[in-house]
Design a protein around this ligand. Structure first.
Ligand code: ADP
Ligand code: MG
Length: 485
């Protein structure tokens, strides 16, 4: 938008400059044309014998709107000096045309009058013979008298003084003229207003140019922004699946290639880091098994029955934890492919399985929500994550009410509610840590390893979603799974 509005501004300014220029040039052209017209008439009249001039002028063909008169004094009343650019253009036109030396005018007075401006050019005739029967100066040369020139300015005040005519006569004398001319030929014309865009192709050329420019800007910006979108998509894919995310193509302009390369390096490092961690966890879990087995064998030889039973129970617990650790490692390295599945049926299957495992609480296991909701996910992993949450709700809360909410902004939301004691606010995040169990759970011999929530959150986050816990105001816990579909 910024580029396009800048471009629009440039176009408008360019059009304005062009128009002003055209008007100025057009005016100049008209002025020079008028000057040539005037000088042709002058030449024609000046070359004729003085006695015949008046009669010739009467027969002179004049363009429409032009007037030409012979008079003893130039008709200066109601006129004011021509502005400098016009004067220069007219002079240039007259001198460019060329007048034979013997009929050069003895004087030249350039004036304008009225609004729109009427150009008045008076030539002092070259011979000082007084012609009989010439009219005195007409009082005005057509157009409105006084009252503002072409730019709304009134005639200059010097025009009203009694000496102004004489002043003008002497000012109008050309160098070399000894005496003021005795009579004058005055030609006047109102030049038509200048049309700025005369060429018919201009408008279409300008529109085509503007459209092409706007198109090019739009295209270039799209082209430039495309890699940013690709990068965002790649980051999103990496968040969902560190192991399988495809690398960014390292093509395009140098800056993009550099960014893509850095991104790929970062992805590789994250991948290696995850793999190292998983490997370490699995290795420890694996290597602990042998000493635990040996310890169990040794414990069998203990004399004290009570001590032996306690030690064996501890060792069993350790073994379970190791098994869970190994499973955790397997999960993290899981390479299950993403598939289309029906989230609603998946949830119902989990509840059915839970009911089979705990028939006493079958009534406390409910599902509400749509009958079907197709999503893309890793079926086994997702099932395991939700089953962990349902298992917790059943184990610690004696119930599991699962609600599937309709899609909102591309996110599916699953709530799992129970009627248990909930979790103290300060433990709400820490229960997600591996092996983290609350005191009550240990005492109640519920037989977990403290890995369930870590695994569940790992899985859901690998899908690009998240799990959050909250105590319900009534009683019990609500686990919420948000999942992009
Ligand atoms: N629905 C729940 N109500 C109360 N406490 C819970 C609930 N779910 C989890 N917890 C607490 O969080 C701890 C961690 O849970 P989890 O990671 O699943 O491990 P585990 O179930 O093996 O103990 C549990 O030991 C329990 O104290
Ligand atoms: Mg659990």
């Amino acid at each position: 938008m910024i580029l396009l509005s800048g471009f629009a501004l440039i176009q408008v300014l360019g059009l304005l400059i062009h128009t002003l220029n055209q008007v100025k040039l057009g005016k100049l052209e008209e002025e020079q044309e008028f000057a040539v017209r005037a000088v042709i008439i002058y030449r024609h009249i000046a070359m004729a014998p003085p006695q015949e001039r008046a009669a010739m002028l009467a027969k002179e063909p004049l363009p429409k709107g032009d007037t030409a008169v012979l008079s003893l004094l130039p008709p200066l009343q109601g006129t004011y000096p021509m502005p400098l650019p016009g004067r220069e253009a007219i002079r240039a036109g007259i001198f460019a045309y060329g007048i034979p030396p013997d009929i050069r005018p003895h004087g030249m007075i350039l004036r304008v009058t009225g609004n729109p401006a009427r150009y008045v050019v008076s030539f002092g005739m070259p011979d000082n013979l007084l012609l009989p029967g010439l009219p005195p100066a007409p009082l005005q040369m057509g157009g409105a008298q006084g009252g503002g020139g072409p730019f709304g300015l009134g005639p200059p005040p010097d025009d009203n003084g009694p000496f102004s005519v004489l002043n003008q006569l002497f000012n109008g004398l050309l160098p070399g003229a000894a005496l003021p001319p005795v009579y004058w030929l005055t030609i006047s014309s109102t030049l038509p207003p200048v049309v700025p865009w005369r060429s018919p192709g201009f408008a279409s050329a300008f529109i085509i140019m503007t459209l092409l420019g706007a198109l090019m800007i739009t295209w270039a910006v799209r082209e430039l922004l495309a890699p940013v979108k690709t990068l965002a998509a790649a980051a999103e894919a990496l968040g969902r699946d560190v192991v399988h995310a495809p690398p960014l193509p390292e093509t395009g302009p140098l800056e993009i290639v550099t960014a893509a390369r850095s991104f790929n390096t970062m992805a590789a490092r994250i991948r290696r880091f995850v793999e190292d961690r998983t490997f370490l966890l699995t290795a420890i879990g694996h290597d602990l098994r042998t000493p635990i087995t040996r310890l169990k064998l040794r414990a069998e030889y203990m004399e004290d029955d009570e001590q032996r039973a306690k030690m064996l129970a501890d060792l069993d617990e350790m073994e379970a934890m190791v098994a869970a650790t190994l499973a955790f490692g397997r999960d993290a390295a899981a390479t299950e492919p993403v598939a289309r599945l029906d989230l609603a049926s998946l949830l119902r299957t989990i509840l059915d399985d839970a009911a089979d495992g705990d028939p006493d609480h079958a009534d406390a296991l409910t599902y509400s929500g749509p009958a079907h909701m197709p999503v893309r996910a890793r079926p086994l992993a997702l099932k395991r994550a939700v089953a962990n949450l349902v298992g917790n709700a059943l184990k610690y809360g004696e119930a599991a009410r699962v609600t599937l909410h309709p899609l909102q902004r591309g996110l599916a939301r699953i709530d799992i509610e129970d009627d248990g004691p909930g979790i103290p606010q300060e433990e709400m995040e820490r229960v997600f840590e591996p092996f983290r169990r609350l005191e009550g759970s240990r005492n109640r011999e519920t037989g977990g390893s403290g890995l369930g929530l870590s695994i569940a959150r790992n899985i859901v986050r690998a899908h690009g979603g998240d799990i959050t816990l909250a105590n319900r105001p009534e009683r019990g816990l609500r686990a919420t799974v948000v999942l992009p579909v």
